[in-house]
Design a protein around this ligand. Sequence first.
Ligand code: AP5
Length: 231
Amino acid sequence: MAKKPVLNLILMGPPGAGKGTQAKMLVEKYGIPQISTGDLLRAAIASGSELGSKVQSYVTSGGLVPDELVLDILLNRLAEKDCQAGFILDGFPRTVGQAGSLGKALTAKKMEMAAAIAITVADSELLDRLTGRRICKGCSSSFHVKFSPPKKDGVCDRCGGELQQRKDDTAEVISHRLHVYHEQTQPLIEYYRKAKIMHLVDGIGQIDVIFQNICAIIESLKGLDSTQVKG
Ligand code: AP5
């Protein structure tokens, strides 16, 4: 018997578009995991593992980690049990090569992507968003000094942990990340348009309104198990 289609999503967009912010809200609503390759790579670096030392220079300079390394990490994560009912890919794929490998891996498991959702934001907005971002050391919650400040300066509202700035959130590295995005990742919009699963969402405006627009796309997807899309 054919497997029921599940809520396998790709969340795309330039650095600072709000992928992580929206993915966390989708996790709460739909109960499927967020798989952020950026988070997985930063965790590998923080653990001091061999993999972490291989990827560190790419992540801190804003370049892309070689496809084979990131693919390995991603496929291991997708094999975990909590991904069976669906997942949100945040920051993967980032190259046409990664998209091809993902497609092959899913086909081998008789799975497919339900949608690729790209959050669009002009580059001019992104510098402010990223230089003002602060991440909790304890629970990874994300804040912004102007747009979503914590109640107490430097302290996480959720767990009381210390807030810190990401090493790649400096003006110079952000400019390189944007260049890499336009050159290597933006072509995926056309790639998934051809696959007829591409949806664009305006990423400027209130976070809640953008979230509602993303949910409306998800709820319009045909063929999905209706108990999933009701959240
Ligand atoms: P990754 O961690 O994926 O970083 P990124 O893609 O650059 O995206 P960000 O996490 O910076 O931004 P976001 O879109 O999640 O925005 P957020 O919601 O936080 O990757 C880091 C690095 O890892 C890469 O450079 C690369 O080296 C490596 N890597 C990762 N994946 C890879 C792959 N597949 N292949 C190869 N290498 C890979 O929001 C940003 C800020 O804006 C926050 O402060 C937030 O509060 C605020 N904000 C959010 N929405 C709004 C809004 N609507 N209005 C105002 N402010 C908002």
